[in-house]
Design a protein around this ligand. Structure first.
Ligand code: NAD
Length: 341
């Protein structure tokens, strides 16, 4: 069935959990631009109140707090929920697995329980390429084997499985969107993580003179220049995919699973060289050892969402993605300037 041309939907009331974070805040802006009524819940552990537009209600609290969530659900009658809340640092997840399972699975269960109690049956969930682990097939399709290699990836896979159980038990309908590497910005909203571990903002920090250099983890991979290849998707393209998935979820009343990437891979050195061209600055780097568990190539097949929902990346060029992130970084040298950096 083709959903690409059937998206004229009425305005909905949507809870965005984790809407003060990087991707969530951009999705909030997109939903609000389309006339949907959006409410944000975020504990601000990793997000920024300033990333939420002034006119959007922001309820500061934890999705694991039953009483808090109940009050929010009682105040608004939501049509659907988008769930961006997570701890999402792979290395940290290896050090602190219990915190990851507690936050990404345990607290998510409270959100699901509250949805069930308030009769909300539609959920969009932020999943990840990390559920696949070391891929056997590249580009990675949705039905590729799922063998996560760290607690972060496992926490997301477990939650996907919980969603299937809830579908069988009480009719939950979920769209799991497995993002590869989100990158880029709009003039208003960008990436401000603390600590920052993502390649593009780190490289731009070097360009901006905030870090002396960047370490490339391994240059002996079986790739053309020896460095790892990753798939970078512009957050605005991600945000549009959320809107398409939401509409399809409600129209089809059936669950959806989509991998979301650019479909094109770029090596670490290509990212550095492209950032040098975009910024006009030299970006010094040194070669370090490989990191354990880093696959050589991670590229998504986004064919399913392209075919079924008519999604297509509008910003597939790496230079455009980096340029948007650079523009935001220059306009916001201290990020959101709230000390979370
Ligand atoms: P982010 O850390 O910027 O946003 C997550 C938000 O959730 C933060 O604002 C944080 O304060 C909030 N949060 C976390 N736990 C919470 C809790 N228990 N209760 C209430 N709020 C809570 O992360 P992001 O980069 O925007 O990623 C969003 C989602 O997408 C995450 O689930 C992440 O795992 C997933 N993802 C991100 C990427 C990426 O490239 N950034 C790739 C794949 C998947």
């Amino acid at each position: 069935m083709d959903f690409a041309h059937s998206h004229e939907t009425t305005a909905m009331r949507i809870l965005v959990a984790g809407g003060a974070g990087y991707i969530g805040s951009l999705v909030v802006a997109e939903l609000s631009k389309l006339g949907h009524e959006v409410v944000v819940v975020d504990n601000l552990s990793r997000g920024h109140a300033r990333a939420v537009l002034a006119e959007i209600p922001l309820h500061v609290g934890d999705v694991g707090d039953e009483a808090f969530l109940n009050a929010v659900f009682a105040q608004y009658q939501f049509d659907a929920v988008m769930h961006f809340c997570a701890l999402s640092l792979v290395g940290e997840s290896v050090q602190k697995p219990l915190e990851y399972y507690q936050n990404n699975v345990g607290k998510g269960l409270t959100l699901l329980q509250t949805m069930k109690e308030h009769g909300v049956r539609y959920l969009i969930f932020s999943s990840t390429a990390a559920i696949f682990g070391e891929p056997e097939i590249v580009p990675i399709p949705e039905d590729a084997p799922k063998k996560p290699t760290n607690p972060y990836g496992r926490s997301k896979l477990i939650f996907e499985e919980v969603l299937e159980d809830c579908e069988r038990a009480w009719g939950l309908r979920s769209a799991c969107l497995r993002y590869f590497n989100a990158a880029g910005a709009t003039p208003e909203l960008g990436e401000d993580h603390q600590p920052e571990t993502h390649l593009i903002p780190l490289v731009l920090d070097v360009a901006a003179g905030r870090r002396p250099s960047i370490t490339v983890f391994g240059n002996d991979y079986p790739t053309p220049d020896g460095t790892c290849i990753r798939d970078y998707i512009h957050v605005v393209d991600l945000a549009r995919a959320h809107v398409l998935a939401l509409n399809a979820l409600l129209e089809r009343d059936a669950s959806l699973r989509y991998n979301l990437g650019n479909g094109k891979g770029f090596s670490v050195l290509e990212v550095i060289r492209t950032a040098e061209r975009v910024t006009g600055r030299i970006i010094p780097f040194e070669i370090g050892p490989r990191r354990a568990g880093d696959p050589a190539v991670l590229v998504a097949s986004s064919e399913r969402i392209q075919t079924e929902l008519g999604w297509k990346p509008q910003y597939p060029e790496l230079a455009d993605i980096i340029a948007s992130a650079w523009e935001w970084r220059q306009a916001h040298p201290d990020g959101y300037g709230d000390g979370h950096r």
